[in-house]
Structures are given as structure tokens and as C-alpha cells.
Design a protein around this ligand. Structure first.
Ligand code: 2P0
Length: 319
């Protein structure tokens, strides 16, 4: 067996726009935090039967399996492999609800392929391959904080770690307001976002936002990190709202949750939010406020599931 675990990551400076859809080359660099609480475990082996993909124990025969084997065929072609493959993935993360399950999924997939065929790929090459499965997966090869540099072609567009064992007091509370599959895929959302009159401004600000976030990290400045992450997420969602036609991943409860963050801050409880291609808010806070913030959200939303995450590791080989 050759099981590999990869953790999801949350972008603090986001990837939202592609230069090349097929190769998943981004129009901007992004910076993320890998999370301990959400991960995917995947194993790959050759089989005498047909290609088969099991997700959480069930055989997939829909477009999920098609996407996986289309991706694995790229790897097979590149490395001269002709086997049919048996792929088993277990997702410890709500699938497709803006908690970026594809980031851990394709990082684990690339690493499991490498592991099964003993290709001994470098982390950089794994990041390049993971990126071609799902852009954000390029960053999940690494733990802690990492940057995916946009590059100018496939060979130069990969992630690298900034700090794989950060000492920063930083927690992310994932507020699961809705775990249903999202209506608009990230690929589609990114395509549509390009029609916003503010899209060029979004791109023009990227370099500065990355460098400010790097400074916040190296200065261990939680306040700056939170402010920058919240602003960047708001910019991304403003691009969506102002696209033509406009769209949004927000739901009524998303706005309700944003208002709670505003309220908490006005009470002197320091916290910030970020959100991705889905309605679920992620709160950035420090350990001393985790309990208080959780209690507040639980008192407003009945039976809401809140997951407390902090820094997770890069890809891990399990057996
Ligand atoms: C990110 N997101 O940087 C951004 C922010 C969501 C919002 O990357 O189309 O599944 O497969 O390359 O990586 C989610 O999109 O997109 C994502 P594809 P992916 O994390």
C-alpha cells in the first residue's frame, strides 16, 4: 500500500482567475495556511480490472471519477505508465462546500501516484502536478504557510513553503452554515469573474497584497494578517458581485455571520473572516478567543457545526 495524506489549505490571499484553464495557470500569486483539521487520504495501485475510483468507500461512476482519471491519464502519459488504476480516497472534509476539498484531494492524488510508481518527484514537481488537478492543491504539498507563485508557464507555476512550522497563535474556525455542494464551480466562477470592471484592479493589487501578507507573517502580526485576509476575501467577492452577469456565493446566513464578526470586534474580541467559493465563513482568531467566539456563533445558529483548525503539515506518507 502507499497511502498518502494531504491537508486542505485556506488562501489568505486568494487565487481567483486563470491565465490558462487547461493547465490551471493563475493570473495571480496566492498565499495560504495549511489546516490540521481537514485532510484527504488516498492510495493508488494498478489493477487488472477497469479504472475505479472509490470516494469515502463508494465506487464513483459520475463526473468525479471522470475528472480523476482524466487527471491521472496526464500523469500516466507523462511517465509512460499504462496500468489501469484502483484509486481510493477518504475525505475528512465536507466535499465542495467552500472548504476546498479539491486542494487536499489533488495534492494527495499526485503524491499517491508518485509514491506507487516510486518516481521520487521533488516537492516542486509534486506541486506542479497537484496544480493541474486543482489550482489550490499546489499549496497543499506544504504545511504551515505557503505561496503559489503564478509563474509564466507550467514549469514556473508552483508553490513553495514560507514557514512550515509557524509559531504564530492563529486559529481558523470553520463555521459550517451549509455543507451542500456549491452551485457554481470555482472554474466557472473564476471565468465569470473576469467580466467585472474591477477585475484588472484585483490583479494589479496582487503583488502588494502578497508582500504585505508575507510581512505580517514574518512580523508575527496577527492583526495585520487578519485585516489583509478579510480585505482580500471581500475584494474577491466584490468581483463576483460586479461581474456581468453578477453572482455570489453568499447566502443570507453568510451575511448574518459577517455581522457577528463585526459585532465581536466592536466588543473588543479580535477576529476576522475569510470565505471561498461557498457560503461558509472561516474566522481567523487567537487561541484565547476561540471558546467565546464559538459560543457566540452557536447561540445565533441552531446546531451549527464549528471546526477549530490550526496549522497542518504538508503531505504525509502513511504506509
Ligand atoms: C483559493 N479558491 O485560492 C481560491 C479562493 C476558492 C476561492 O482555489 O478551478 O478548486 O480546480 O483550479 O483550486 C478553489 O478552486 O480551482 C480555490 P480549480 P480550485 O483557494
Amino acid at each position: 500500500m502507499n497511502k498518502v495524506r494531504a491537508h486542505t489549505n485556506i488562501a489568505l490571499i486568494k487565487y481567483w482567475g486563470k491565465a490558462d484553464t487547461l493547465l490551471r495557470l493563475p493570473l495571480m500569486s496566492s498565499l495560504s495556511m495549511t489546516l490540521d483539521a481537514f485532510y484527504t487520504e488516498t492510495s493508488i495501485e494498478a489493477t487488472d480490472g477497469p479504472d475505479q475510483f472509490y470516494l469515502n468507500g463508494s465506487l464513483q461512476d459520475d463526473r468525479t471519477a471522470k475528472r480523476v482519471f482524466k487527471y491521472l491519464n496526464l500523469l500516466k502519459q507523462n511517465y509512460g505508465k499504462i496500468d489501469n488504476l484502483l484509486v481510493k480516497s477518504d475525505n475528512h472534509v465536507p466535499t465542495a462546500a467552500g472548504l476546498a476539498s479539491s486542494s487536499s484531494a489533488f495534492a494527495a492524488m499526485a503524491a499517491a501516484f508518485d509514491s506507487y510508481y516510486q518516481l521520487n518527484l521533488s516537492k516542486r514537481d509534486l506541486s506542479i502536478w497537484a496544480r493541474q488537478g486543482s489550482g489550490s492543491a499546489s499549496r497543499s504539498i506544504f504545511g504551515g504557510f505557503s505561496i503559489w507563485q503564478k509563474g509564466h508557464d507550467s514549469a514556473s507555476s508552483y508553490a513553495y513553503p514560507i514557514d512550515e512550522n509557524p509559531q504564530m497563535d492563529l486559529h481558523l474556525l470553520a463555521i459550517e452554515l451549509n455543507v451542500k455542494k456549491k452551485k457554481l464551480s470555482s472554474t466557472q466562477g473564476m471565468l465569470q469573474a473576469k467580466s467585472s470592471p474591477f477585475f484588472q484592479t484585483w490583479l494589479d493589487r496582487n503583488e502588494q497584497e502578497i508582500s504585505q501578507m508575507q510581512d505580517a507573517i514574518s512580523n508575527n502580526d496577527f492583526t495585520k494578517l487578519g485585516e489583509l485576509a478579510e480585505l482580500n476575501a471581500n475584494e474577491m467577492h466584490a468581483i463576483n458581485l460586479s461581474a456581468q452577469p453578477g453572482f455570489t456565493y453568499f447566502e443570507p446566513n453568510t451575511l448574518k455571520a459577517i455581522n457577528i464578526v463585526h459585532e465581536l470586534r466592536s466588543e473588543g474580541i479580535e477576529c476576522y473572516y475569510t470565505l471561498d467559493a461557498g457560503p461558509n465563513l472561516k474566522i481567523l482568531c487567537q487561541l484565547r478567543n476561540v471558546k467565546f467566539i464559538k459560543n457566540r456563533f452557536e447561540s445565533v445558529f441552531d446546531n451549527v457545526n464549528i471546526i477549530d483548525a490550526s496549522f497542518g503539515p504538508g503531505i504525509t506518507y502513511l504506509d
